[in-house]
Design a protein around this ligand. Structure first.
Ligand SMILES: Cc1cc2nc3c(=O)[nH]c(=O)nc-3n(C[C@H](O)[C@H](O)[C@H](O)COP(=O)(O)OP(=O)(O)OC[C@H]3O[C@@H](n4cnc5c(N)ncnc54)[C@H](O)[C@@H]3O)c2cc1C
Length: 287
């Protein structure tokens, strides 16, 4: 029989961690899903001076968090969630070939500003995709562009090349190791996507290339690409004070709910979102 968690926390950053830790302390049956524990942003912070009781680099904060995670036994299930679907009063979360079912969801997937192109959001579902595994097969024999934010997405670009006639790869980092018969690594910086009913081209500072689709392979896809029907204000999920969204049982926390983008705010919201999920469960169970 399918296991239904009380809460599924999506996002391995500090907001997701605090939500998972709080869910555990509230004795909720939780699953914490994230691409990596604490993500990419902690290790790169040179000096952290604005988080309680920490004075050091991001790596110091990371080590302290990992230590606590181990002591408290908060387990991360490593995966990249590619879809969250409401179904029969529950949520189904898919991650490649894995699937999870939960009564509530806390979305803590952060924001990604790297590689945001003009027109990107306008063509969501009309040629813009954030998930090679979900949509790659739709581009069999077609020309596509892939905009990679880091080397960790090179495998996804190779996966796309199994279907597409041609993959133009725009790697937004130094020293890409991507190659392949039908993969062309481009040196230009992409600036926009354009088209009419669907995407027709990707525009760079030097010119443009005609394509049938553009895959943005980055750590945090826009929330509306992950959850259909979710109300947003641009890149941010619209939330109430209890961090509830317009979808019953779905909460959001951290950078994804808006500025300030800070560890303390993200951690606080993770905690509040888990309490709100518990209150929601208590209320729905008592009806
Ligand atoms: C260079 C730099 C320095 C900074 N310095 C400071 C500082 O000194 N002080 C401060 O307060 N703040 C600082 N910040 C801001 C801080 O990093 C963020 O506010 C904080 O990390 C937000 O936490 P979060 O959990 O909301 O999101 P994130 O840290 O972005 O975590 C989200 C995680 O979810 C994962 N994810 C996304 N989508 C999915 C998916 N579909 N499935 C599974 N996992 C997914 C991502 O890979 C990521 O690991 C800094 C940021 C940067 C970039």
């Amino acid at each position: 029989m399918e296991h239904v968690f009380d809460v599924a926390v999506v996002g391995g950053g500090i907001a997701g961690y605090t939500a998972a830790l709080t869910a555990k302390n509230l004795l909720l049956d939780y699953v914490w899903l994230g691409a990596s524990a604490f993500g990419e942003k902690l290790a790169v912070a040179e000096k952290v001076t604005n988080f309680p009781a920490v004075s050091g680099s991001g790596k110091d904060l990371l080590a302290a968090l990992k230590g606590q995670m181990e002591r408290e036994g908060v387990a991360l299930t490593r995966c990249r969630v590619d879809g969250v679907y409401a179904s029969g009063g529950r949520y189904l979360l898919t991650a490649g070939e894995k699937a999870f079912s939960a009564k509530t969801v806390i979305l803590a997937t952060g924001v990604e500003t790297k590689g945001q192109l003009k027109g990107e959001r306008d063509f969501l579902g009309r040629g813009v995709s954030y998930c090679a595994v979900c949509d790659g097969a739709l581009y069999k024999g077609k020309k596509i562009a892939a905009v990679l934010s880091s080397p960790e997405f090179e495998d996804e670009a190779r996966y796309l090349a199994r279907f597409a006639e041609k993959v133009y790869a725009f790697c937004l980092y130094k020293g890409p190791a991507l190659s392949g018969e039908n993969i062309e690594v481009r040196g230009e910086i992409p600036v926009a996507v354009e088209g009419n009913a669907r995407i027709e081209r990707i525009v760079t500072k030097e010119g443009s290339l005609n394509v049938d689709g553009v895959f943005f392979l980055k750590n945090s896809a826009p929330p509306q690409a992950l959850v259909g029907g979710l109300q947003t204000d641009g890149a941010h999920v619209r939330v109430g004070r209890d961090l509830s969204t317009n979808l019953a049982g779905l909460f959001a926390a951290g950078d994804i709910t808006g500025r300030p983008y800070q560890y303390a705010k993200a951690a606080g919201e993770g905690c509040v979102a888990a309490h709100s999920a518990k209150a929601y469960l208590d209320k729905t169970l008592s009806v």
